[in-house]
Design a protein around this ligand. Structure first.
Ligand SMILES: NC(=O)c1ccc[n+]([C@@H]2O[C@H](COP(=O)([O-])OP(=O)(O)OC[C@H]3O[C@@H](n4cnc5c(N)ncnc54)[C@H](O)[C@@H]3O)[C@@H](O)[C@H]2O)c1
Ligand SMILES: [Zn+2]
Length: 348
């Protein structure tokens, strides 16, 4: 299975996401694989065996979102210089979204930009982070505030990597799959209601379907001037939850699951979603043991924190709301009182 991503037909910019077992990859250049301690220990030997290139080097970074920073970026760039990578060389990101985002960013600035390939090893990275060309790092001012749009040369989604993924990480990826279905594709949502994605044949279909949805969105709006923002469904709320729990209470996908339930409460209150539809979405999240509740200590503080999100700075907050199942609305016009009313159900 594969998905072709066409970014700008006029410029003929295109790449392919392969959803299959990884085979030998041959390159007539130097290659630097970037991974972390966890993924490296589990999977880098397998990958090194499959890569044929002039030289193959591997850089192993520390594992964790806290290391998605300038220091790790410097480590990648330094390794590029030490191994004398030139403009034809290739970086390969082997890992989850953290490794993918950092490696992509390094590729975009090393010698003003070299090629990179994504080999995502988390479900979240396979269905979301590795596709679409957003790269970046965090700093003291916030998440992903330094970065670039830099598309990979190819993406290889090998489901065998996911066998070693902890169950919570796996479920966090399913939250993003459910996100795509709710906002864009009702038949896919109904399929998810009747198929367990933990079964490998179903998993492959769900990965393929999610990548197709994201590919379409990114093809229409590479740099998030419009429809790409719909991929942030649940995220406006999730970012506040992640911030308030200091990025340690929940995995990103878990916070997104709660965020979608919150967004749905708002959708119901403004008449876009029925209670029954909201219940179906929540049931699907709960089937994968994703959290759907959160105690908001102060509604005012929660509301104020929406403005920490870079996407709503100096602007009205944009809420991405489900319009029934399978469609969405982007709303900037929702009064504060309406938002607080919807969040009351989550108030401790
Ligand atoms: N660029 C984008 O469009 C985009 C979209 C969504 C998220 N992101 C970014 O992605 C990051 C989150 O990605 P993530 O959820 O993959 O987190 P992650 O990269 O931190 O991976 C989660 C954990 O799983 C481990 N892991 C990875 N693959 C494994 C495997 N096969 N077996 C066992 N353990 C494995 C990792 O080492 C890590 O401990 C965030 O930094 C987020 O900002 C980017
Ligand atoms: Zn997300």
């Amino acid at each position: 299975m594969q998905v072709d991503i066409t970014l700008n037909p006029l410029e003929n910019r295109q790449y392919t996401v392969f959803i299959d077992e990884l085979n030998t990859l041959s390159f007539d250049c130097k290659v630097l694989i970037v991974t972390n301690t966890t993924v490296g220990a589990l999977h880098s030997a397998h990958l090194q065996n499959l890569i044929k290139a002039r030289e193959v080097h591997t850089l192993i970074l520390k594992d964790g979102e806290v290391y998605k920073n300038l220091e790790s970026l410097s480590e990648i760039l330094n390794a590029c210089f030490e191994h004398k990578l030139d403009r034809k060389s290739l970086l390969i990101a082997l890992g989850g979204g953290v490794i993918g985002d950092m490696t992509g960013f390094a590729a975009s600035i090393y010698l003003r930009g070299i090629d990179f390939i994504q080999i995502p090893t988390t479900l979240l990275a396979q269905v979301d982070a590795s596709v679409g060309g957003k790269t970046g790092i965090n700093n003291a001012y916030g998440k992903n505030l330094i970065g670039s749009f830099w598309q990979p040369r190819a993406v290889y989604c090998e489901s065998a990597f996911l066998k070693t993924l902890p169950a919570r990480e796996f479920a966090a990826g399913i939250a993003e799959i459910i996100k795509m279905a709710v906002t864009f594709d009702r038949p896919f949502f109904e399929w998810l209601e009747t198929h367990d994605v933990r079964e490998s044949a179903h998993l492959k279909y769900a990965i393929h379907k999610s990548i197709c949805i994201k590919a379409n969105v990114v093809a229409c709006d590479e740099t998030e001037q419009g429809i790409r923002a719909v991929l942030n469904y649940g995220h406006t709320f999730a970012h506040v939850i992640e911030h308030q729990t200091h990025y340690t209470g929940f995995l990103h996908g878990e916070a997104v699951a709660i965020g979608m339930v919150m967004a749905n409460a708002l959708s119901c209150n403004v008449g876009l979603l029925t209670q029954e539809e909201a219940r179906r979405i929540q049931n699907l999240l709960e089937r994968y043991d994703l959290p759907t509740t959160y105690d908001i200590a102060s509604l005012e503080a929660f509301y104020t924190a929406f403005f920490l999100d870079k996407k709503s700075a100096n602007d009205a907050i944009t809420f991405i709301l489900a319009q029934g199942i399978g469609a969405h609305q982007m709303r900037k016009d929702i009064p504060k009182e309406t938002v607080l009313e919807a969040l009351k159900a989550f108030h401790a």
